[in-house]
Design a protein around this ligand. Structure first.
Ligand code: FE2
Length: 461
């Protein structure tokens, strides 16, 4: 009840019903003091959000002459998208090329989605089943969209895209001209929706929220507090803000995409119900050597270095961890009680030291690496409406309004800019020395998938 109560279970209260709602901090309650954002964080966010602010109300009073000369007046409106800083696709000589399409499926903002296929002409595919969610009237969302890829000489080449739109199944090939470009655009839009809800919000923000809650409520004296504390910084705060900004009735995703707020919640719940800390990137990496598969190389390298880091930490603190094992039991109980994990995926119970180490590696992997990847690359793909829009609207629908579409697209590029550019606490600057050293040692495998300096300590934006 009381945000300054001495009992952490009073300060950190779960939302909703245990086992039914996905476990998270109840955002209607005030933030406990220890998880409030630091002034440095707020200054950093302000600095990065600056280019997207409506500048006239802020600066017009003091610098009206200058702002007129510089044209700031037009920063909101039809020019906004072209005035925003260039993103990766705008900097590419041919962002619509098939080669770039393949490159982004491997290394773009929604990685790890390629599956090996047997008995077909193609060897890999990415499949998004969007039709189980309800699209708003006038929203264009394929029922499903599948991109297929050939494996030749350690490289992927796009073979075809099959999708279903307005009840019609369509298969397009790279020689199909405009229809082929449309198929790729629909695919990128479906991918974007799932990137935001499943990979970004589901797998990182909300998935980690359940571990942060169990941690804050139980771990007081165990050395695990020192290990995990810096990697949860800012998470509860941003999830509380994101609850209204990103999801919820007026959040960015329901507003800018063709999905309704309920559908967004449905996708989130389904995703979290499949996520367990008994997972590692070894379960998902591509079985063939593909020269520009930078994501898998980086993911496996980070998992390996974190395993070393956590293992060394636990060895060095073994006795103290055992002395305060009752706190780990409390954490385990909270995790299990509030989990919505489907039984076929096992349990979140922490039975022993081995489970605890696995949990810590899993948490660090998502807080440092996976969130940095899916969050910090958002502007690379989503900062250019021509390349990828989270929502597409049917121009033939009687309710179609180009002004509303424009507003939604503007909201997309502005939000992507802020989310991708707040880079608070790079791990290579702020991590404990042993972790810094490991990151540096493994840098050749982490880059070129993601620059080392893009890996942050925690999920804070
Ligand atoms: Fe994020």
């Amino acid at each position: 009840m009381n945000p300054s109560s001495s009992n952490p279970k009073e300060r950190f209260k779960y939302y909703g019903t245990p086992g039914k709602d996905f476990p998270r901090f109840d955002v209607d309650r005030p933030l406990p003091e220890e998880v409030e954002p630091t002034p440095r964080y707020e200054a950093h966010v302000g600095l990065q959000a600056f280019p997207t602010l409506p500048l006239i109300p802020v600066l017009g009073w003091a610098f009206s002459g200058l702002t007129k000369k510089l044209g700031f007046r037009s920063m909101a409106g039809p020019l906004l998208q072209t005035w925003m800083p260039a993103n990766l696709s705008r900097l590419h000589p041919d962002k619509f090329s098939d080669e770039y399409f393949v490159e982004r499926r491997l290394n773009g903002f929604n990685p790890g989605k390629l599956n090996r296929v047997e008995g077909k002409e193609w060897q890999y595919s990415v499949y998004y089943k969007t039709g189980r969610y309800q699209a708003e009237p006038g929203g264009l969302l394929p029922e499903y969209s599948e991109a297929r890829f050939l494996l030749r000489d350690r490289a992927l080449h796009v073979h075809s895209i099959k999708y279903c739109l307005k009840g019609q199944d369509i298969t397009c090939f790279p020689t199909d001209g405009k229809s082929w470009e449309d198929a790729k655009y629909y695919f990128r839009s479906a991918e974007y929706v799932f990137q935001e809800i499943q990979s970004h919000l589901g797998r990182t923000h909300m998935n980690m929220d359940q571990y942060a809650m169990a941690f804050y409520r139980n771990i007081k004296k165990s050395p695990i507090r020192k290990l995990l504390w810096p990697h949860f910084e800012g998470l509860i705060n941003i999830d509380k803000k994101g609850a209204s900004l990103i999801i919820g009735g007026t959040g960015f995703i329901p507003e800018a995409s063709a999905l309704s707020a309920d559908s967004v919640d449905g996708v989130l719940i389904e995703e979290i119900a499949m996520l367990s800390y008994h997972w590692s990137p070894a379960e998902q990496f591509l079985p063939d050597i593909i020269d520009n598969n930078h994501f898998d190389r980086a993911a496996l390298a980070v998992w390996e270095l974190l395993t070393k880091y956590v293992s060394d930490f636990c060895v060095n603190n073994q006795r103290e961890i055992q002395n305060y094992w009752s706190e780990i039991e409390g954490m385990s109980e909270d995790l299990v009680t509030h989990s919505i994990l489907k039984p076929e995926y096992g349990t979140l119970e922490i039975k022993n030291q081995e489970d605890l180490q696995q949990l810590c590696v899993y948490v660090l992997y998502h807080c440092i690496f996976f969130h940095s990847w899916v969050n910090n690359k958002q502007y690379e793909d989503g900062g250019d409406i021509e390349y990828a829009a989270i929502g597409l609207w049917d121009k033939e629908d009687p309710k179609y309004d180009p002004k509303i579409e424009q507003k939604r697209h503007d909201a997309q590029v502005k939000l992507m800019w802020i989310l991708a550019n707040v880079r608070y606490n790079p791990a290579i600057e702020f991590a404990p020395l042993p972790l810094k050293k490991l990151l540096w040692e493994y840098r050749d495998r982490i880059e070129p998938g993601i620059p080392l300096g893009w890996l942050m300590m925690s999920i804070n934006i």
